[in-house]
Write a protein that binds this ligand. Structure first.
Ligand code: FAD
Length: 500
C-alpha cells in the first residue's frame, strides 16, 4: 500500500470515502470487493480517531437489552460470529465474569435472565451459553474478586457471578487490515489527506477538495460519482462542508476514558456494575497481554474530538471502581502505564444520561450523491458498510453486485520476524517497523507506535522505544535528521499528555 496522491486526482472514481476509521475502511473494502473504483482519504492516520480508542470488544452489547434495543443486540451477536469467521486471527473469544453484589442496581436474578436472553439473541451459537457461578466458584476462577464490598456502613456480600463470552480485538490493527485489503482489491487509499470542501453542480457533488497534510498544505481535487462521509465524530463538520443541510446528522457525543494498568485478573475480563453511578453502569477490566484495560467513562463531550483526554476526575473515578471490585489490587495513579480517550459519535438525543443514549446508527443522504454514516458500533461496522454501499448503488441507479464481506476472509499481513527485537510485550521486531514503513503507509513515529503496533499501549511506549522506531523509520523512509526529530517529538508530546 503506497501513498500515491497522483493516483487520486487522475480519474473519476465510482466512490470516494471520507474517513479512514473502521466505517470508512469497511465501506472502501466492501465497494472494492464489488469491483468498484474506490478512493479513501483520511485526514490523519487510518484508525487515529475513535477506531483506536474503543474498549476493543466485538460484543453483542449485553447492557443494551435493558434499553430494549433487541435489534441492535441481535445484529451485534450475528456480526460477532461473522467477524470471528472472517478474521479469527484478529477477533478472539474472551471469557467474562460478571460479579453481582448485594444491593447492586441489577440483582443476580435479573442478570441471569438477561444472560439467557443474550444467549438467545445469538441463537445459542456463542462459544458456550452463559453459566451461573456461586460466590466460591466465581472466586476460584478470579481470586482477586472482592468477597464483600463496603458501601457506607454496610458490607455487601458477593451473590455470585455469571460467566459468559464476548470477543476481543486490536481495534487499530483490525481497521488497518480493512484498509490494506481494500487497497489489495484496487482501492486507492491515502492517509494525511483532509477533505476541506466540495465542488457541487445542480444538486450533485462532483469532486472533493483535499489538502495534503504532510506536504505543506498542497491542495487537489478528487472526482467521483458518489461520496460517503464516514468521519465519525467529525461527521457533522464534513456534512457542513457541502452546500446541503448538514444538521441532519446531528450528534450528542460522549467521552470515554480508559486506563492501562498492570495485569489485574488471571484469565477473565471482569464486567461489573459501577458503585458510584446511580444507574450502576456496566464497566470493564479487560486483559491486554500482560496488562489490563479499565474502562470506561461516559460523559457529555462538546469540544473538538481531536482534543479529548483523560482528566484527573475520570482517572479517580476509574481507579475507585477497580479498588471496589478488586480490593487487593490497591491501584493508585502511580500504577497507571498510560491512558486513552475517545469520543462516541452518538446520534442526537434528548436523553440526559449518556449511558442510556442509543448506540444505533443512521445513514443520511445529502443532495443527490453523498451519504453520511452517523452513530453505530465498531462491532456492527461490516453490516453498516454493506447497507451504505447498497444505498450508494441505488443512488447511482446501478444494480448492486452482491456484498462479499461476510464470506471473504481478512488476510493476515504480519511479516517474517527478523532483525533487532524492539520490545518483548508486545513482541515487535525491526522487520515489523520495516514492513509498516514500506507496505502499510506508516509515515510518522506515532503511526507505528500507536496503530501499526500496540507499543504505545504497553510499558514500551516511552522515549527509548520511540527513538529506536524513529531510527528504523528514518532509514526506510529516507528522513532527514530534522524530520526524524520532529516526528519523534510529536509522538513523545502525545505520549506525555496521556500520562496521569
Ligand atoms: P472514527 O474511527 O473516528 O473515524 C473517522 C475518521 O474520519 C477519523 O480517523 C478522522 O480523522 C477522519 N476524518 C474526519 N474528518 C475528515 C476529513 N475532513 N477528511 C478526511 N478524514 C476525516 N464499539 C464496539 O463495538 N466495541 C467497543 O468495545 C467499543 N468501545 C468504545 C469505547 C469508547 C470509549 C468509544 C469512544 C467508542 C467505543 N465503541 C465501541 C464505538 C466504536 O469505537 C465506534 O463506533 C467506531 O470506532 C467508529 O468508527 P468511525 O469510523 O465511525 O469513526
Amino acid at each position: 500500500m503506497k501513498r500515491d496522491l497522483a493516483a487520486l486526482s487522475g480519474e473519476t472514481f465510482d466512490l470516494l470515502v471520507i474517513g479512514g476509521g473502521i466505517f470508512g475502511a469497511g465501506v472502501a473494502r466492501d465497494a472494492a470487493l464489488r469491483g468498484w473504483r474506490v478512493a479513501l482519504v483520511e485526514k490523519a492516520d487510518f484508525a487515529s480517531g475513535t477506531s483506536s480508542r474503543s474498549s476493543k470488544l466485538i460484543h453483542g452489547g449485553f447492557r443494551y437489552l435493558e434499553q430494549y434495543a433487541f435489534g441492535l443486540v441481535a445484529e451485534a451477536c450475528r456480526e460477532r460470529r461473522i467477524l470471528q469467521r472472517i478474521a479469527p486471527h484478529l477477533v478472539r473469544p474472551l471469557p467474562f465474569l460478571m460479579p453481582v453484589y448485594e444491593g447492586d442496581h441489577r440483582g443476580f436474578t435479573k442478570i441471569r435472565l438477561g444472560m439467557t436472553l443474550y444467549d438467545l439473541m445469538a441463537w445459542y451459537r456463542n462459544v458456550t451459553p452463559h453459566q451461573s457461578l456461586a460466590p466460591d466458584a466465581a472466586r476460584a476462577k478470579e481470586p482477586a474478586l472482592a468477597p464483600t464490598q463496603v458501601s457506607g456502613l454496610a458490607r455487601r456480600g458477593l451473590r455470585g457471578a455469571v460467566l459468559f463470552y464476548d470477543c476481543q480485538e486490536d481495534d487499530a490493527r483490525f481497521c488497518l487490515e480493512n484498509v490494506i485489503h481494500a487497497a489489495e482489491c484496487g482501492a486507492v487509499c491515502a492517509n494525511y489527506c483532509e477533505v476541506t470542501g466540495f465542488v457541487a453542480r445542480e444538486g450533485r457533488i462532483v469532486a472533493a477538495r483535499v489538502t495534503d497534510r504532510l506536504k505543506g498544505g498542497e491542495t487537489f481535487e478528487i472526482s467521483a460519482r458518489a461520496f460517503v462521509n464516514a468521519a465519525g465524530p467529525w461527521v457533522e463538520a464534513v456534512a457542513n462542508l457541502t452546500p446541503f443541510d448538514g444538521r441532519r446528522v446531528a450528534l450528542s457525543p460522549t467521552k470515554g476514558v480508559h486506563l492501562l494498568l498492570p495485569r489485574l485478573t488471571q484469565q477473565h475480563a471482569v464486567s461489573f456494575q459501577s458503585r458510584s453511578a446511580r444507574d450502576g453502569r456496566i464497566m470493564f477490566i479487560i486483559p491486554w497481554g500482560e496488562y489490563s484495560i479499565v474502562g470506561t467513562t461516559d460523559t457529555d463531550w462538546r469540544g473538538d474530538p481531536g482534543q479529548v483526554r483523560a482528566e484527573p476526575a475520570d482517572i479517580d473515578y476509574l481507579l475507585a471502581e477497580v479498588r471496589a471490585v478488586l480490593p487487593g489490587s490497591s491501584v493508585t495513579s502511580s500504577d497507571i502505564i498510560t491512558t486513552f480517550a475517545g469520543v462516541r459519535a452518538l446520534l442526537h438525543s434528548e436523553v440526559a444520561n449518556p449511558s442510556w443514549r442509543s448506540r444505533e446508527y443512521r445513514i443520511v443522504r445529502h443532495g443527490e450523491n453523498l451519504i453520511s454514516i452517523a452513530g453505530g458500533k465498531y462491532t456492527t461496522y461490516r453490516a453498516i458498510a454493506e447497507e451504505a454501499v447498497n444505498r450508494v448503488s441505488r443512488l447511482l441507479g446501478s444494480r448492486a453486485a452482491p456484498c462479499r464481506t461476510a464470506e471473504t476472509p481478512l488476510p493476515q499481513h504480519r511479516p517474517p520476524l527478523s532483525g533487532e527485537r524492539i520490545a518483548d510485550s508486545p513482541v515487535v521486531y525491526a522487520s515489523d517497523i520495516a514492513h509498516a514503513s514500506e507496505y502499510e503507509m506508516a509515515v510518522t513515529v506515532s503511526d507505528v507506535m500507536r496503530r501499526r503496533t500496540s507499543l504505545a499501549l504497553s510499558r514500551h511506549g516511552g522515549a527509548e522505544t520511540a527513538a529506536a522506531v524513529a531510527r528504523l523509520m528514518a532509514a526506510h523512509l529516507g528522513w532527514s535528521d530534522d524530520q526524524k526529530g520532529r516526528y519523534l517529538q510529536q509522538y513523545l508530546d502525545e505520549w506525555k499528555q496521556a500520562l496521569p
